[in-house]
Design a protein around this ligand. Structure first.
Ligand code: NAP
Length: 340
């Protein structure tokens, strides 16, 4: 990992009655993907001393992407993890702190807002939520059982283990095809199983995939079960048009059937749409003033690193304005009190 500073000794520490550490900050950012790091960079440069709470995944979904070819400024492309590390370094250079803690509870009904982690209580005057998305699971027998033993959601992390082997990729979107192409660097055969007869992936990726001799396609087909004993040995499938069942032998199964927003923590606290994404306005504001959301957690349409980064910047700029207005109001009230 990069050489950015990880802080466990956070400024402004106190303890509450139960001995839990209390950290007071102007801005707390939840999530450490492109949106979170960019929000951190902008908030740090505005001298708001932000804390970025990493949660489970440093770099978010972007860091699991083998190669990003559409992030401006990198004409040769850049690895997702490398980009995440560069973003983290840039944010910490200006004073953002990156802390490996996971938020377990939030209270946006009180002000300052309260965020609980396993180790501390954070009191924040503004919060920027950048918790992103997680891979959707197939929900078929065998999938859960063989995670780490042949079932994977990350080709960049696990592709190397399938040198000269046969792997199945489930899905037909950009992720499935992009990561399927990455897997051809290691695997002998990459079989894409898609539930329709047309890919959802963009034309450049489709062209590359159809031209790659290691890739083959099983159309109109869904996976019913992941098979194996100690390790994956195949998948049981059926054709959705003919109903014909089959078994496709393979050593690994990479699942890329979409993403779900990481918003469980915010249910009942913020307005979410029918799919669980946080609803924001053009300034990244949520239904609670002072609470912002940026990146894939509020974007079911584009889901691009460059857009997540832009939204993170917008959220931090608006948070700064929000805090300046709050400070102005507080000063005016103080003056009024003194005058009366
Ligand atoms: P996605 O675009 O939602 O595609 C999910 C794929 O999985 C679709 O092909 C879908 O089939 C299939 N699927 C969904 N549920 C399924 C199920 N239960 N069983 C079998 N198949 C199922 O998700 P994604 O590919 O992860 O992409 C997410 C976002 O990131 C997109 O906006 C994408 O453009 C972006 N992204 C971009 C790049 C890039 O620009 N290079 C790379 C990666 C991701 P249907 O097609 O029939 O719906």
């Amino acid at each position: 990992m990069g050489n950015f500073s990880l802080s466990f000794n956070i400024g402004g520490l106190q303890e509450d009655e139960e001995g839990q550490q209390v950290v007071e900050r102007d801005v707390v950012i939840i999530g450490a993907g492109p949106a979170g790091f960019t929000a951190g960079l902008y908030a740090a440069r505005a001298e708001l001393h932000p804390v970025i709470l990493v949660g489970q995944a440093f770099g978010g979904q972007a860091a699991t992407t083998s190669e990003l070819e559409n992030y401006p400024g990198f004409p040769e492309g850049i690895g997702g993890m490398e980009l995440a590390e560069r973003m983290a370094n840039q944010a910490t250079r200006f004073g953002a702190e990156i802390v490996y803690e996971e938020v377990t509870k939030v209270d946006f009904q009180t002000y300052p807002f309260v965020l609980e982690t396993y180790g501390a209580t954070y009191k924040a005057k503004a919060v920027i939520i950048c918790t992103g998305t997680s891979p959707r699971k197939l929900g078929v027998p065998g999938e859960e059982k063989f995670i780490g033993r042949g079932v994977s959601f990350c080709a960049t992390c696990d592709g190397y283990f399938y040198k000269d082997k046969t792997v199945v990729v489930v899905g037909g979107g950009d992720s499935a095809i992009d990561e399927g192409l990455y897997l051809t660097r290691f695997a002998d055969k990459v079989i894409v199983i898609h539930r329709r007869d047309k890919l959802r992936a963009g034309p450049i990726l489709q062209k590359r995939a159809f031209a790659n001799e290691k890739m083959s396609f099983v159309w109109d087909t869904v996976v019913d079960e992941v098979l194996g004993e100690d390790f994956v040995t195949g998948v049981k499938v059926h054709n959705v048009k003919t109903g014909k069942e089959d078994v496709i032998p393979c050593d690994g199964v990479f699942v890329y059937v979409g993403l779900i927003p990481n918003t469980k923590l915010f249910e009942g606290q913020l307005e979410l749409d029918e799919n669980g994404y946080i609803i924001t306005d053009k300034r990244q504001r949520t239904s609670i003033p002072g609470v912002y959301a940026a990146g894939d957690v509020q974007d079911p349409w584009f889901r691009q690193v460059v857009i997540a980064a832009g939204a993170g910047a917008a959220a931090a700029i608006d948070a700064e304005r929000f805090l300046a207005e709050k400070a102005f109001e507080a000063a005016a009230q103080e003056e009024e009190k003194e005058a009366s």
